[in-house]
Design a protein around this ligand. Sequence first.
Ligand SMILES: [Mg+2]
Length: 119
Amino acid sequence: MANILIVDDSKISRRVLRDMLERNGHTVVGEATNGQEGFDDYGKLNPDLVTMDITMPVMDGIEGLKLIHKAYPDAKVIMITAAGQNEKLKEAVESGAVEFITKPLVEETVITAIAKVLK
Ligand SMILES: [Mg+2]
């Protein structure tokens, strides 16, 4: 079971994800709404894992991932992606993302991806 930081600008997506994670025994230690906030919270909360949305205002998930990965090379960041973001996926892989989950979020897929990353 893991301490997880959720980074997503959508309040509904954060709620859906939090419910899935908590139902499966994980602890959500924080919620951030853009890449910069995610980076700041990562430093404060030191989570085991981050779920990072890609499209967010102020600073998107790719830039947030880059900041986190640069400062904390061992950070485990799972990208939450939408259809049609192939270019972004490539950039995320190159920037150190450990796994991908595609929206709409399916509980079994989310939990399996997290288990794989924690192993
Ligand atoms: Mg978004």
